[in-house]
Write a protein that binds this ligand. Structure first.
Ligand code: PLP
Length: 230
């Protein structure tokens, strides 16, 4: 089942790239494996997946240890400062940085481990109260502060769009994030690249690709519904 799902998602990613005249290589498909067992991840690997997204530090660490080392792990969920030390050397990209204090903690641990850590700044484009992320208006100022930290590289922006019935409703959100990235890129801030746009989930990743996503985070579409009760 996972193989078929993965192939169907891959097909839709290809189609969205074609529609928007983009090369398939411009978009990274992140298989969001949170709450799912290692056995299911292994099935996804057989189908061709190499990049996985997790939202809990402990779960990411456990899966990292158990699975082959050629895989790429992304931290996509809210990150507490006291857990930063466990993942700076395991997550290739942290998508969810939304405060200077968190960035400072990441920098501190990166210095200790002599690493450069790649991050995205999470933007709450739709200004939903229930969501983490910095507001559109505050994003540039936060990035200017983070850019001063020696062992962090800001690679771009991430957003979690609202849950909607019709993915077209989120097109404006994706467009806003893209525009924000372009605007900030034009400022040529030292130590800041604005080449990564992480946006789009199972319900709306095709629209996100059409609007410039370079990373889409797909969980349910690949692994099926999550059961948080178990
Ligand atoms: C769970 C999660 C996803 C995947 O959501 P689906 O709707 O299952 O594709 C994507 N991004 C983040 C940040 C998540 O927490």
């Amino acid at each position: 089942m996972i193989r078929e799902n993965y192939q169907a998602v891959e097909q839709k990613v290809c189609e969205a790239c074609k529609r928007s005249k983009r090369a398939r290589e411009e978009v990274t498909l992140i298989a969001v494996s949170k709450t799912k067992p290692v056995s299911m991840i292994q099935e996804a690997i057989k189908a061709g997946a190499t990049v996985f997204g997790e939202n809990k530090v402990q779960e990411l660490c456990e899966k990292y240890e158990e699975l082959p080392k050629h895989l790429h792990w992304h931290m996509i969920g809210h990150l507490q400062r006291n857990k930063v030390k466990y993942i700076v050397d395991k997550a290739e990209l942290i998508h969810s940085v939304d405060s200077l204090r968190l960035a400072q903690e990441i920098n501190k641990e990166a210095i200790k481990k002599e690493l450069t850590v790649n991050i995205l700044v999470e933007v709450n484009v739709a200004e939903e109260e229930s969501k983490f992320g910095v507001g559109v208006e505050e994003t540039e100022d936060l990035i200017r502060e983070i850019a001063k930290l020696s062992n962090i590289k800001v690679q771009g922006l991430m957003t979690i769009a609202p849950y909607v019935e019709n993915p077209e409703e989120n097109r404006g959100v994706f467009r806003t994030l893209k525009k924000l990235a372009v605007d900030i890129k034009m400022k040529n801030i030292d130590n800041v690249r604005m080449d990564v746009l992480s946006m789009g989930m199972t319900g709306d990743y095709q629209v996100a690709i059409e609007e410039g996503a370079t990373m889409v985070r797909v969980g349910t579409g690949i692994f099926g519904e999550r059961n948080y009760a178990i």
